[in-house]
Design a protein around this ligand. Structure first.
Ligand code: DC
Length: 219
């Protein structure tokens, strides 16, 4: 019986396929999964629903501190407006500090019977779980990520203009990568997977080999 839970950290930009990979790895290896973007989205949703400004540090930090984790399952969190506001609240140090303990607690004590946890986000390998057994940095070109997002939106019945979605993705990338606190970045020991020309099964196979190797090494 392993004493330490197996922790897999997956970081990357929006639409890179990191969420799909995280969910698939969790299923395959019996791990709990935390999509940490939902914590920022839920914080943003509370601010927006209260009529507040997501850039207001005090209001956003108060929302992060009183986060009701039942809200994480809310389908409204996927809305574009919530996503954009999430990227704004994510730049506020007090918000990140308020959400850090929950993420670390999830990794250290994943809900039973999971033998470990997969966390995906922007700063998992660098800040939240720097000791993770496996660190992946999942990328894809902005054009490909926009194409995937347009397909997803149209399939859900929403209208989508490719150029507008691409611009949105580029703006969000810039905000996530250039912010002062915990910017989107690959940990020096992360293994990069570029999914631009890979389907989700191929990405899962590549990542699974790394996880299997970590397990064989005693994690
Ligand atoms: O992955 P996502 O689109 O659901 O994330 C929403 C926003 O939250 C995104 O703009 C970046 C931010 N985020 C973050 O700063 N750190 C994380 N660990 C996860 C998400």
């Amino acid at each position: 019986m392993n004493r330490r839970p197996l922790v897999i950290a997956i970081d990357g930009p929006a639409g890179s396929g990191k969420g799909t990979l995280a969910a698939a790895l969790a299923r395959r290896f019996g791990l709990a999964h935390l999509d940490t973007g939902r914590l920022y989205r839920a914080t943003a949703a509370i601010v927006l629903r209260g009529g507040g400004n997501p850039a207001d540090a005090e209001v956003a930090a108060a929302a992060a501190r009183r986060l009701d984790f039942a809200l994480l399952a809310d389908p409204g969190l996927r809305d574009e407006a919530v996503g954009n506001a999430a990227s704004v609240v994510a730049g506020i140090p007090e918000v990140r500090a308020a959400l850090l303990a929950f993420q670390r607690e999830f990794a250290a004590h994943p809900p039973k019977p999971a033998r470990g946890a997969v966390l995906d986000g922007r700063d998992i390998g660098t800040v939240v779980c720097p000791d993770a057994a496996v660190k992946l940095y999942v990328t894809a070109s902005a054009a490909e990520r926009a194409r995937r997002r347009v397909k997803e939106l149209r399939e859900s019945g929403a209208p989508a203009i490719y150029e507008a979605v691409l611009q949105d993705i580029e703006e969000r990338d810039a905000r996530d990568s250039l912010r002062r606190v915990a910017p989107l970045a690959a940990a020096p020991d992360a293994i990069e997977i570029d999914t631009t020309r890979l389907d989700p099964d191929a990405v899962l196979e590549q990542a699974s080999k790394l996880v299997t190797r970590a397990l064989a090494a005693g994690h």
